[in-house]
Design a protein around this ligand. Structure first.
Ligand SMILES: [Zn+2]
Length: 132
């Protein structure tokens, strides 16, 4: 195997993350009916060296909480300075459901049935596009 090359910075949600760095991002995914922004938290480990990009996520069903802790433990154990590639984590995908302790989105659609989503659809379909 040849030597892996140093990664370039990546841009997610308008923020640049340098090679070998860890970042916590808040991406606005929707507005509540009060116009309050609703954010999804995204954790990024951008490896010092080039490699594949992997996304891990949890709580697509907002009342299923075990995966949130799994994501936290995985992200805590990996050192981006030793990582080849990039690990992106969304610990809580269904923020609506998480807040309301509900499996579903506010319109009772199941986010797990909404991928890959469509830019033409609203609510769960749109969420599938914007998150993943
Ligand atoms: Zn589930």
């Amino acid at each position: 195997m040849g030597r892996a090359k140093q990664s370039d910075a990546i841009e997610i949600g308008g923020q640049h993350i340098q090679a070998g760095q860890r970042a916590s991002l808040e991406l606005e995914i929707a507005r509540l009916y009060t116009h309050s922004p609703l954010n999804v938290s995204v954790e990024v480990l951008h490896g010092k060296l080039n490699g594949p990009v992997l996304l891990i996520c949890a709580a697509i069903h907002g009342d299923e909480l075990n995966g949130i802790e799994v994501v936290r433990q995985v992200m805590a154990k990996i050192d981006p300075k030793k990582l080849h590639g990039t690990l992106i984590a969304i610990p809580v995908v269904n923020v609506f459901g998480f807040i309301h302790k509900s499996r579903y989105l506010p319109d009772r659609r199941d986010l797990n049935r909404s991928f890959p989503g469509s830019r033409a659809r609203i609510n769960s379909g749109k969420n599938g596009v914007s998150v993943l």
